[in-house]
Ligand binder design. Sequence first.
Ligand code: MGD
Ligand code: MGD
Ligand code: MO
Length: 755
Amino acid sequence: MDEDALVPGVAPYDGPAGGWGALRAVAVAIKDQMGASADTRALLRMNQPDGFDCPGCAWPDPRHTSSFEFCENGAKAVTWEATPKRVDPDFFATHSVSDLWQWTDHRLEDAGRLTHPLRYDPATDHYVPIGWDEAMARIGKGLNALDHADQAEFYCSGRASNEAAFLYQLFARAFGTNNFPDCSNMCHEATSVGLAKSIGLGKGSVTLEDFDQADAIFCIGHNPGTNHPRMLSTLAAAARRGVPIIVANPLRERGLERFKSPQHPTEMLTPKATRLASAYHQVKVGGDLPMLRGIMKALLAADAQDLAAGGPGLLDRAFIAEHTVGIEALRAEIDVQDWEALEQGSGLSRAAMESMAQVYATARNVIICYGMGITQHRHGTQNVQQIANLLLMRGNFGRPGAGICPLRGHSNVQGDRTVGITELPKEDMLARLDARFGIASPRKPGHSAVEALAAMASGDARALIALGGNLAVAMPDPQLCFPAFRKLDLAVHILTKFNRSCLLPARETIVLPCLGRTELDVQASGPQWVTVEDSMSMVHASRGRLKPAAEGLKSEPAIVAAMARATLGDGGIDWEGLVADYDRIRDAIEAVFPDFRDFNDRVRVPGGFRLTVGPAQRQWPTPDGKAHFLTAGDGGAHVPEDRLMLATIRSHDQYNTTIYGLNDRYRGITGRRDILFMNAADMARLGIAHGDRVDVVAAPDRVLAGQTAIHHDIAPGSVAAYYPEANGLLPLDGHDRQSGTPAYKTIPVLIRPAA
Ligand SMILES: Nc1nc2c(c(=O)[nH]1)N[C@H]1C(S)=C(S)[C@@H](COP(=O)(O)OP(=O)(O)OC[C@H]3O[C@@H](n4cnc5c(=O)[nH]c(N)nc54)[C@H](O)[C@@H]3O)O[C@H]1N2
Ligand SMILES: Nc1nc2c(c(=O)[nH]1)N[C@H]1C(S)=C(S)[C@@H](COP(=O)(O)OP(=O)(O)OC[C@H]3O[C@@H](n4cnc5c(=O)[nH]c(N)nc54)[C@H](O)[C@@H]3O)O[C@H]1N2
Ligand SMILES: [Mo]
């Protein structure tokens, strides 16, 4: 397209994912963040049995290789943590909070690592250094000043280790609340809620080895080239075996089309790249439910035909009879869908959905992978459940090469949930926790992320402790959330880097700097290591080795224990003893979660161990012991005629709210983020030219102003813009009713010429 050259920073990217571009990007990240004297040894320790777990994503590591698994975005995550840049007391003496508010998110985190505990001084509008003891005393005082424990919210982002997260939930429950808003609530909550009802466990069922035996792989609503780059090696290996890879995504993402492995010499030295997707279906934003229904409708029709012709049918009837309930209700729901509506709702032709069904039915073993394109919708839970339905129809659970694969986000988001970070704890877990520690955990359900923000906004919640993350910026509706932060009596941020959430001071605001994954953690008994759980329920060790960013930084477990002692006093739980030797925390985890039997022994085996995943053994931990086909009711996104459906997406140069840079290489964007990705036909219909400035309007008071609209290969009726810039378009109330997951990818908008 000639005209593409006319818009600064916008030019089609013709290369594959990976390749030299990825290597170059790593070199740039190392130089920018670490300087000339870069100690890049850290990178080589990443995902090694004796090294640290990459903080980039939750994709598992191949167990039997010892070769360095190369990943551009893992390298960015590590260099941003291992950077020599610092925000020290001088920095905060120079810059007031109002001054820093003007900085972009990119500049804020690029400024470097936190070095000292800080307190906000409202008199001067500056953060000032304070000692650890004083910080803890202020936190204890603030929490004890509340009328009751449920006025406190304990946020957890998904980087925290199992050990830190376990202590954190113990502290909050000993204090008296189940208020655990966490990043799962914004991410895969639709999976936790949806799959728990379908197959009894809100986690994936496959292992990495299953990908070697799959006969077809579906990739729905995820972008691995950017968000799970190590997955591309797995997909490429499958593609080289001739396995069909069927993609459903409104945007044509290069990381799903072609990959040149930086570890593959012939690919790197020749123009050759591995083709990934064998078919690419550009489903409409919000159109997955009708698409999945269409696939199932086509499968059921083909099954009936086969039976009529005297064949055995395409459904796994033995499996369905033995293991499931509910197929008749689902069949009835699908029977009444008419093709025209399914085509209209999904944006795909009947033939396309039939072809997906055909690939599905022809393959013996199928894996379906999915990400935020499925979960972050008003009907996220139903979406997830329709994927499970499709797999159940042909018994694609509990045999090698088959199953469901939700792509988790943060590197330990799944583990944090496993060890108790949940607002809806199970009674048996609470009973064991109480018995082990002699406490009386609250039984009242706590707040999820959306509920926590609503409580902060209404004044019902008065304190927030945040173990990692950037909650204010991650949540929808900054119009409501930013003032809600400012209303708090107490806010505590435990972070490696200073971020915008710290710029919304409460009456008392404390920022505590912590060690990162890559750093050496020494406690009373010597050097410590922690454990994490990946997307595939593998638990393994992670050991930091780098010198800490500053003297006196504390580990997350040590900070949590110190807050607990300052709040609850000595006498009850032996916080100091637990932190002195993390083996003791692991023993306590084992006491509360029987699945961690012999935890300290099993996790010392290189590669670790797998937690029980019932559905992988055809065991369904549902109330009736069966897997459930579930109907979706009137699910599906209804878009008013004049509106387009907007999805918020990540660029290649960002990690959630951490903006590494302004490029989005695979989408052809350089040096800017003010982009609205649009379909050329929609633009023509609306009279908008490539490069025009537009306003994106979700409601009169929800406008993302001054975006540059560009032609992009995106499904008609769909538009996309970057997160977090676009978060103001979504109200806090815009979420999946079943799981509370914000509908970050179902935002109906009008596009107007910029005012
Ligand atoms: N480098 C890097 N890695 C990361 C992260 C990061 O920000 N940067 N974040 C981490 C976290 S916390 C998470 S949760 C994961 C997120 O990883 P992903 O799940 O890949 O997240 P997104 O980039 O939000 O969206 C994924 C894809 O969904 C598509 N999509 C949008 N709307 C729809 C729809 O309606 N239907 C379908 N089928 N597709 C749709 C978009 O085009 C996009 O390609 O990655 C983790 N890894
Ligand atoms: N519009 C829109 N909004 C979204 C999404 C979307 O797709 N669209 N995605 C949502 C999703 S999936 C998620 S998971 C959330 C992310 O929400 P969060 O998890 O809250 O946000 P992050 O940006 O990952 O957190 C970044 C901060 O983590 C801190 N940090 C980094 N490493 C460590 C560490 O080792 N320890 C500690 N204590 N702190 C550390 C740094 O100080 C950094 O500033 O955002 C959600 N928001
Ligand atoms: Mo996430």
